[in-house]
Design a protein around this ligand. Sequence first.
Ligand SMILES: NC(=O)c1ccc[n+]([C@@H]2O[C@H](COP(=O)([O-])OP(=O)(O)OC[C@H]3O[C@@H](n4cnc5c(N)ncnc54)[C@H](O)[C@@H]3O)[C@@H](O)[C@H]2O)c1
Ligand SMILES: O=C(O)[C@H](O)COP(=O)(O)O
Length: 528
Amino acid sequence: MVFKILISDPLSEDGIFPLREADNIEVVIDTGLSKEELLNKIGDFDGLLVRSQTQVTREVIETGHNLKVIGRAGVGVDNIDLDAATENGMIVVNAPDGNTNSAAEHTMAMLMSLARNIPQAYLSIKDKKWDRKSYVGVELRDKTLGIVGLGRIGAEVARRAKGQRMNVIAYDPFFTKEKAEALGIEHGTLDEVLAVGDFITVHTPLLKETRHIINKEAFAKMKDGVRVINCARGGIINEDDLYDAIVEGKVAGAALDVFEEEPAVDHKVLNLKEVIATPHLGASTIEAQENVAIDVSHDVVRILSGGLARNPVNIPSVPREVMRKIEPYFYLSEKLGLFLAHLEEEVISEININYAGDLTALEIAPLTQNTLKGLLSRYLGSNVNNVNAAYLAERKGITIHEKKTSAARGFTNLITVEIITKSTKRRVSGTLLNGLGARIVKVDDYSMDVIPEGHLLLVHHKDQPGAIGRVGNLLAENDVNIATMQVGRLHIGGNAIMMLTIDRPLTKEELEQIRAMEGFDRVTAVDL
Ligand SMILES: NC(=O)c1ccc[n+]([C@@H]2O[C@H](COP(=O)([O-])OP(=O)(O)OC[C@H]3O[C@@H](n4cnc5c(N)ncnc54)[C@H](O)[C@@H]3O)[C@@H](O)[C@H]2O)c1
Ligand SMILES: O=C(O)[C@H](O)COP(=O)(O)O
């Protein structure tokens, strides 16, 4: 059988040699297709290779009923509907390492251009002007670079900035003091990074958590005259707020490679002389394009020959018989992981997952993967999946233990997940109630009975009259409806918690109002 592969974005011809060399693969290159043209063609193909331009929507995936593999020659998979691919049994692979170097170098190029006004001066001299006054820049030496997101690219940028004799401080939920020492940079909270950076560069994926992480409030926390850089994903910086911050004189300049909407040519921010920009060129080098095309092509060949992919992004097929038995627990395990991710801001060093009761008879590895996926998804979004969750957790320095025990404390099945950080342990237990679905039945030492979905509010407080009423009143005043409420305490007058399900997420201000109330230790919003 010959498999037909469509390449719909420009890929390095040298990099796709693994496809060209395979006897059973025919390559068709057709870039710049309209949505309709892609839909008309895709039904004929067994594989699709893209970069960030082709939008691999559910419609494309469902129309491409022969597709077995979708390859992304690059990192970000936000242009591919992963759920639709998984539902339709297609493996999605990417090339996470091949363009790291180029993206880091592009960030440094933008940083230096921004500091020395090189694009503006270039335009001026091309306009036959010899203007030496308007483009006085600033040095990098002894300035502080704040990095938000210290993954592959963030860490490479940190190393290079050190070479420019800059001070570097970074924030990443998985960034430890030990890693900071190893890199020779400082470790800070998000607010600390924003407060001290002369330059701030973002290197996170675009997630619910990171969308507009650099917004009006964040700009207000920065130094006057700060310069910001986004070579990661459009939407991490709120472009309208950036515009205002530049016009108001708070921000001295910005370098943007990526935009909320691409192609971006009309955004008002591009009219500002303080903004320099490139059209999503971070990975556009001969080397990076060759690397990512080679990596993704090898994976496509492996998959089509029945082998295992090196860089899978979505779920692999679990044998049907195993899946049938464990499937009911999938939802519960993911929600328990995600729930815990909200409880702790400190770096997690260990995760213990205990399966009890009926679960002891089942294969639990896919459930552990799913719990880890839930936990890490808060930080890594769709880059974490059931295939790579354990690998990514270990790479983040997290030790994973899974165990089966018979004692299920009165439940027929019980999953208990515990996370350990340097200073604390947090624990949540859940069960699948026959006919009633998933329930959280314990949070730390407190018994509960809560459906793990929607917007939850967890309040730790002292067991004293009026505590519940105060929260209830505040929510009512803000027109927030309470759907369910559970309370638990260790002993009369001691520590207690209340867990509420509410009909909409609270704003930062509403959360702060509750936190400011007397007798409340910790107030956590959890979105499941
Ligand atoms: N401009 C380009 O052409 C180009 C090229 C390559 C990659 N990228 C983009 O660059 C970004 C980084 O890529 P990478 O390969 O370094 O990814 P990575 O997964 O190695 O690193 C991302 C880091 O962000 C951290 N993070 C997640 N949520 C965070 C939060 N709320 N606050 C702070 N940190 C958070 C994660 O813990 C992780 O360490 C991605 O968005 C990727 O798509 C852009
Ligand atoms: O996520 C990535 O790998 C980069 O944004 C590169 O995108 P590109 O392949 O479209 O250049």
